[in-house]
Design a binder for this molecule. Structure first.
Ligand code: NDP
Length: 382
């Protein structure tokens, strides 16, 4: 058996106060359809935090039977934290096809409970795991079992890069040379959007906030060159776009002298005023896709953009897509793995919190509380 720990909560509230370290044993697999996984790493995403707070629309049900193991029944109904993460196959039943020991795998569905050291799963029925070391026409098997991905890439592959790729490919057929315009372009999703566009030979216009200050007068210039290095064609601050309403069109023209591509897709994760350059720049019949509301302000969609440009406004939520179309999720993952293997994608940096094996529950709790209080992107590495 394995000494396992899981981070659980039994009531909603502030994560650092509500999380509990549950200490238990996981027995070896008992039948040929089972796999036993050990955690490699998981991120701490805003949606994980919102689930513990009880304010996220998709959350696991609280239950006393969390562990697929009859011997481990909790006294009070609880849920395991975490949606995204990468695990290693440590035991595998002989009926389980497409996986081998030491392969790196990620859950295909949200609400998996990734903040735990060990998971035992019955693999009969619908696909539950995606093998990063899978072999198909796009990806090949790697000896190490990790598909050639780093811990950071593997732990964070399932949400942000997939969001970027699906938004770019799902709503309309973009041709080479077409344009995408986005706000919040320096967010991690935004940076994946820039790179995916570049890989698909689509051009991108990127709006950011100018946070230059006396202490950091170079902020905007540095941000522009960082995003251009990732493959951005045009980077403009919201204030520059507001001051000169023709600026974006002029810059687009400067980048591609004979460009006939259209601005067909606008991606909005901010809301409020920062929608204006998007709807003004989109061409006729364009799509405005909203996937976040960082400013907490409503989406601005002018009457004229709807009537005279015939814009379509849609929302996007990767969680809904995963449930509705698991097959599409697997195809998206194949493509992202392929981009990483070809060095066509740079992952978002994160702070790594190392969970040393065998440490006491109180130390595990302290580790999570520290990671939760840290404002940068965090992953926990086991
Ligand atoms: P990051 O934490 O990497 O980046 C946050 C971004 O939001 C930055 O560009 C930041 O700009 C901007 N921002 C923060 N506060 C404000 C504000 N008050 N007004 C305007 N802009 C602001 O975020 P992620 O890439 O992880 O996520 C981006 C968004 O995408 C989030 O809303 C997230 O919930 C959403 N998301 C949605 C998914 C879906 O399926 N719908 C999936 C994944 C993410 P600055 O640097 O200038 O502060």
């Amino acid at each position: 058996s394995y000494d396992a720990k899981a981070i659980i909560y039994k009531e909603y509230g502030e994560p650092s106060e509500k999380i509990i370290v549950h200490d238990y044993k996981v027995e070896s697999i008992k039948n040929d359809n089972e796999v036993l996984l050990e955690l490699i790493a998981h991120p701490i995403n805003p949606s994980d935090i919102n689930q513990i707070q009880g304010v996220y629309p998709s959350k696991p049900e609280l239950s006393v039977n969390l562990f697929n193991d009859e011997s481990e029944v909790l006294k009070e109904a609880s849920a395991i934290c975490g949606n995204e993460g990468v695990f290693k196959v440590v035991e595998i039943g002989k009926n389980v096809k497409g996986f081998a020991q030491n392969d790196w795998v990620i859950p295909l569905f949200p609400n998996f409970g990734t903040w735990r050291t060990h998971v035992k799963l019955d693999m009969k029925g619908e696909a539950k795991l995606f093998n990063l070391n899978k072999e198909n026409e796009k990806t090949k098997r790697f000896a190490e079992g990790n598909g050639g991905l780093s811990v950071n890439q593997a732990a964070t592959i399932s949400v942000n890069p997939c969001t970027a790729l699906q938004m770019i490919t799902k709503f309309l057929k973009l041709e080479e040379g077409d344009w995408v315009i986005q706000n919040g372009a320096n967010s991690s999703v935004g940076k994946f959007v820039i790179q995916v566009c570049k890989n698909l030979k689509i051009n991108s216009i990127n709006l950011v906030r100018d946070k230059s200050s006396e202490e950091n007068p170079q902020y905007l210039d540095e941000l522009k060159s960082e995003l251009k290095d990732l493959g951005a064609d045009v980077v403009v601050s919201l204030s520059e776009a507001k001051e000169d309403r023709k600026l974006i069109k002029k810059l687009v023209k400067d980048v591609k002298e004979n460009n006939t591509g259209k601005v067909k897709l606008g991606l909005n994760c901010v809301g409020g005023e920062s929608c204006i350059p998007l709807i003004k720049t989109l061409d006729e019949n364009g799509y405005l896709v909203t996937y976040g509301g960082m400013s907490k302000k409503p989406v601005i969609l002018s009457t004229s953009s709807l009537i005279f440009k015939n814009l379509t406004s849609k929302g996007f939520w990767i969680t809904r897509n995963n449930f509705q179309d698991p097959e599409e999720k697997q195809q998206t993952l194949d493509q992202i793995v392929h981009f990483y293997q070809n060095k066509q994608l740079v992952d978002a940096k994160s702070t790594h919190n190392i969970w040393k094996k065998g440490i006491a529950p109180s130390e595990v709790l302290a580790l999570y509380q520290k990671a939760l209080s840290n404002s940068s992107k965090n992953i926990v590495v086991y």
